[in-house]
Design a protein around this ligand. Structure first.
Ligand SMILES: [Zn+2]
Length: 178
């Protein structure tokens, strides 16, 4: 079984953040994608379609498509996810993502997802909510209780992510008091 390349992904993200001089939230993921030569197109489409990555190997160009009808937080996540595929994977010319609900489940219970999807999701979480940025914010706040909804919402808003995504990230990084 192939494992998710956690260290590789974190190092890749750290390099991108340093190159783009991002030192605190929010991280402008579309800006990073464009600077890497990837076009970002927001288009309204069916609700269950989150986005896609199109890659033209002949002229070495790429397009990330995002569902414009989705909430900005979700669109950010989609862009980051597709950028993860772009940087990490040698996929077919067109890769379509229908939804990311599965990423909120624990690793053990997320059957049926392949390692590429897990890696793209981890890349998105690392890029949108960098471990060092989150650490700083958590230190400023003190301790975060899972029932502190207001704190979680404020933190999520600062990072342009959903409260659910932030809660998951805090748990992943071991910062949530249960
Ligand atoms: Zn994907």
């Amino acid at each position: 079984m192939t494992l998710v390349r956690r260290k590789h992904i974190r190092r890749l993200v750290q390099g991108l953040l340093a190159e783009h001089h991002f030192r605190s939230a929010p991280v402008q993921v579309a800006e990073i994608a464009r600077s890497l030569g990837v076009e970002v197109q927001e288009t309204p489409t069916e609700d269950d379609l989150s986005g896609f990555l199109y890659r033209d190997r002949l002229d070495d160009s790429a397009i990330i498509g995002v569902n414009a009808t989705h909430h900005p937080n979700r669109r950010n996540f989609t862009i980051a996810h597709e950028l993860g595929h772009y940087l990490l994977h040698d996929l077919d010319d067109v890769h379509v993502d229908r939804d990311f609900k599965v990423w909120l489940r624990s690793e053990a219970s997320s059957q049926g997802t392949d390692v590429e999807e897990k890696e793209a999701n981890l890349f998105a979480a690392e890029l949108l909510m960098p471990a060092s940025f989150v650490k700083q914010d958590v230190e400023d706040i003190g301790t975060i209780d899972i029932i502190d909804e207001e704190v979680l919402q404020e933190l999520a808003a600062k990072y342009n992510v959903s409260t659910q995504a932030m809660t998951f990230r805090l748990a992943y990084l071991g910062y949530l008091q249960q």
